[in-house]
Design a protein around this ligand. Structure first.
Ligand SMILES: Nc1ncnc2c1ncn2[C@@H]1O[C@H](COP(=O)(O)OP(=O)(O)O)[C@@H](O)[C@H]1O
Ligand SMILES: [Mg+2]
Length: 259
């Protein structure tokens, strides 16, 4: 089992898009995948077509018992290989800005009880560094940072990396996979400049490929369809890129420090 969190300090940069793209690549590759939606806005949950009846991740965080966890896990219409811990506005109540170690451990406890054990767990985080994102980091082997090639990208990535390094002091299994640069428009001077700046500062942590801006992303999300099943050239191009990112993520697991 590999657990990966997708995070950034800002909203609207593509966390949910990257989480869903990786989930689409994972089910396409036949991996038994669990998507965990920690964002109170719950966009990922809506896109994988889980309705908001029944228990959700807020109930799990309140009481991470085996019965509650497994009653909450649901299969997405996307694929029998995709299970989901649905998001909820109520998770906001679990976003304490100064959480205790016990609070931070709840998600880890919950994920250890998912039956059967998934090959891959993808956690979509909210755009803040409170209890929710930190508990995702505590539960994770890998952190995938997302940014756009914009003015504040460098400081945003720096702060997110610092947060990962800080959590790593007590949770040694956590490693940054790297930074996904999203919505790049090549030949746009500002983007070329920001991308060069990111590569200069973060070197090999800037993941390949960088993701272009493609209408197919919004079309597929609007239709609640995995990008691998959206029938346009732009979608195929994105699908290949998410395959490459997934491949990088899964290969990094071979060096995983935790068995
Ligand atoms: N590469 C892309 N090309 C086109 N639209 C994108 C791309 N990445 C994200 N978007 C769109 O931008 C918006 C914000 O992305 P989202 O993944 O929801 O960000 P976050 O989860 O970080 O808030 C969404 O409407 C999404 O469809
Ligand atoms: Mg989101």
């Amino acid at each position: 089992m590999l657990v990966a969190s997708v995070l950034s300090l800002k909203g609207g940069v593509g966390k949910t898009t990257v989480t869903l793209g990786l989930a689409s690549a994972a089910i396409h590759a036949g991996l038994n995948t669990l998507l965990v939606d920690l964002d109170p806005q719950m966009n990922a949950t809506t896109t994988v077509e889980i309705d908001d009846g029944g228990t959700n991740i807020a109930d799990v965080l309140a009481n991470p018992r085996r019965a509650i966890v497994n009653e909450t896990v649901r299969v997405s219409p996307w694929s029998p290989h995709l299970r989901v811990l649905a998001g909820s506005e109520d998770t906001e109540a679990h976003n304490n800005p100064d959480p205790t170690a016990k609070q931070l451990a709840r998600l880890t406890t919950a994920l250890s009880k998912v039956d059967p054990v998934p090959d891959l767990i993808l956690i979509d985080c909210p755009p803040s560094l409170g209890q929710l994102t930190r508990s995702a980091l505590v539960a994770s082997d890998r952190a995938v940072l997302v940014t756009e090639p914009s003015l504040y990208a460098v400081t945003g990535v720096q702060r997110a990396l610092e947060a990962v390094q800080k959590e790593r002091l007590t949770h040694r299994h956590l490693q940054p996979l790297g930074v996904v640069v999203n919505r790049v428009r090549p030949r746009m001077t500002e983007h070329d400049y920001r991308l060069a700046e990111l590569k200069d500062l973060f070197g090999p942590l800037v993941l390949n490929p960088q993701l272009p801006d493609r209408a197919a992303i919004q079309q597929a999300q609007g239709a609640a369809v995995p990008i691998h099943q959206w029938p346009t050239a732009g979608a195929r191009e994105m699908a290949v890129m998410f395959d490459a990112l997934l491949d990088r993520l899964m290969r990094s697991a071979k060096h995983k420090s935790r068995a």
